[in-house]
Design a binder for this molecule. Structure first.
Ligand SMILES: NC(=O)c1ccc[n+]([C@@H]2O[C@H](COP(=O)([O-])OP(=O)(O)OC[C@H]3O[C@@H](n4cnc5c(N)ncnc54)[C@H](OP(=O)(O)O)[C@@H]3O)[C@@H](O)[C@H]2O)c1
Length: 191
């Protein structure tokens, strides 16, 4: 049973049909289409904080803000798991100065999100896997584009160290929503 003050955590995934988030060379813009990306902006606007990993910031130099048109009155804070000193010219996360950008170096996802109530994880396969492995994900919003990347691509989740199917984290699908050519599948954790 989760503690009553545990924040609600949504993991957003955006993949090809075969569950890849990027090509082997790291290229990931844009796997999903504009309608999916619009919805992601609405989701950001509805959360207090976005959690990402330094791998994503280094690869994509993302901004991780919500557009005002998506209903955003206050930008969500941003937590980057990893060391700020690894940044080179990745400066877009600092452009919006109205929000907090926090770097967390201790690899402790749960500790990093203390004090927040609604958390959206938007990261690469290593942070996504760490969140699933720590069993802190309440909901998955999975945007799936009708393209195939194949085995050379980067999988949506890194290894979570399973030895038995009976230990696989289980979710139930609660909605399927077309987003242009893509599908958004919504899943809730089965406790
Ligand atoms: N399609 C999409 O929606 C989407 C979204 C985001 C990213 N991406 C793609 O994902 C790729 C990057 O993936 P990634 O796995 O390198 O990035 P990531 O998961 O965003 O970040 C991984 C890094 O986070 C740090 N970290 C801190 N705490 C950690 C913990 N508890 N567990 C694991 N790592 C922790 C590690 O840095 P240290 O090793 O330095 O400690 C690790 O290298 C890029 O190609 C990007 O384009 C795609």
């Amino acid at each position: 049973m989760r503690a009553p003050n545990t924040p609600r955590i949504t993991l957003k995934l955006a993949t090809s049909m075969d569950g890849k988030i990027a090509l082997a060379n790291g290229q990931s813009k844009w796997i999903t289409g504009p309608e999916s990306r619009e919805e992601v902006h609405r989701m950001r606007a509805a959360h207090e904080v976005i959690v990402t990993g330094i791998g994503t910031v280094l690869a994509d130099n993302p901004e991780f803000t919500a557009r005002p048109a998506a209903g955003c009155k206050k930008q969500p804070d941003l937590i980057v798991m990893g060391m700020k000193s690894k940044l080179q010219n990745q400066d877009r996360i600092f452009q919006d100065q109205t929000r907090n950008v926090i770097f967390s170096n201790d690899r402790n996802l749960v500790g990093a999100i203390n004090g927040y109530h609604s958390v959206m994880i938007e990261a690469g396969s290593r942070i996504a896997a760490a969140a699933i492995k720590a069993d802190i994900v309440d909901r998955i919003e999975w945007f799936r584009a009708p393209i195939i990347i194949g085995g050379g691509g980067i999988p949506v989740l890194a290894d979570i160290g399973l030895d038995s199917l009976s230990d696989a984290p289980k979710f139930t699908r609660v909605a399927v929503t077309p987003r242009g050519a893509d599908l958004q599948e919504s899943y809730e954790r089965i406790l």
